[in-house]
Design a protein around this ligand. Sequence first.
Ligand code: G3I
Length: 397
Amino acid sequence: MMLRRWMAAGLVAVATAGVLNAVPAAAERPYDPTAQSLRALGQRHGLYVGTAVDMAALADPAEPRYREIVRDEFSTVTAENVMKWESLEPTRGNYDWAAADELVATARRNGQKVRGHVLVWHSQLPKWLTDGVADGSIDNTELRSILRKHITTVASRYRGKIWQWDVVNEAVSDPWDTPSTLHYKGFWAEHLGPGYVADAFRWARAADPTALLFYNDYNIEAFGSGDPANDKTQFVYDMVKGLLARGVPIDGVGSQGHLGTQYGNYDTLQVADALHRFAGLGLSTAFTEVDVRSRLTDGVQAGDSEEINPRLQASAANFHVLLQACLAEPRCLSFTVWGFTDRHSWVPGTFDDPPQGLATIYDENYQPKRAYQVMKADLIYAGPPYVRMRATPKPRR
Ligand code: G3I
């Protein structure tokens, strides 16, 4: 009897010791926000955190980490290239929806919202279209109806599946263009005049009553301090204010956020001011293509940490400025990075003389960089009174 009691006591002791030493069950582990994903932490503020998706990398069996991070870290996705006109209608009347459909299906599986990019842009247009206009076989009247057909066809196909559409992208010139006075630039303005912008929004709305319709551009992160006539952000502000005054169904402005650590860039107050001013027009905003590149000096390319570290820290500081400003404006609905890993970034292929890179939040081996940690900290430590839940705007009719 006595023995049995000892044994029982022994068992209890062992069990208790086991329990004491066992890892506490998830429910018992204290909440560790640093272990949360960007998407989970963004939801604390109702903010969608996104990435551009390279569909070739997403489909590559040798890139499981790419798929995992797209799924786990982001609550919204944008097609980096496969929803652009040259990809969707490579030959006239023949549509290739496969890759774009796959992105939408992937997003649905991952519980993510889709930012549609892009209905009207002067770049990545199909050759049959630009050749037809160049050789005169497509005149401006036909060009306008072709544009209407494209917007209607694409927006109708994805009706109800696209959260935000970049309806018109990069329609405004830069101060370094010729003429330097800011103007509507590019293929569409040259052939159809600036009126195509309003038409595009009306056609997109007619095709999809549910999507939020955005004007998207770069170098509009803050208002300039110089002559407003030379200020691209002021030009875009006046343009969208004019569209609203004419009852055009525009819902928001997308600020791409392609920055470089070699430039002066902005502080949070300057960027927050711009977002507040657009909100003052009743418009939503979003950061749509954020990356912060750096010069790949000889030292950087040689792996010199004294060259690399300042650039990684400066890059992180600029991600922080844009994200903190976005958090401070409830009508800033989403923060999308233009590719999340240096392994798949447009920067080195475009900025090769002098070479640039290191632009994203994960390195080439999918290791989170300082920029990722800084974004996470911003999402964890932000809160009332200056950071509130996001607004949930209704699409304008
Ligand atoms: O699809 C062809 C492929 O068939 C060919 O083998 C390959 C080799 O040349 O090129 C592939 O096309 C490339 C395409 O991306 C798809 O990968 C083009 O050369 C390349 O120029 C194109 O670059 C894209 C760029 O837009 C074009 O302007 C970048 O990936 C994309 O990140 C970039 O994204 C733009 C946004 O849409 C708008 N804002 C600026 C941003 C950066 O330029």
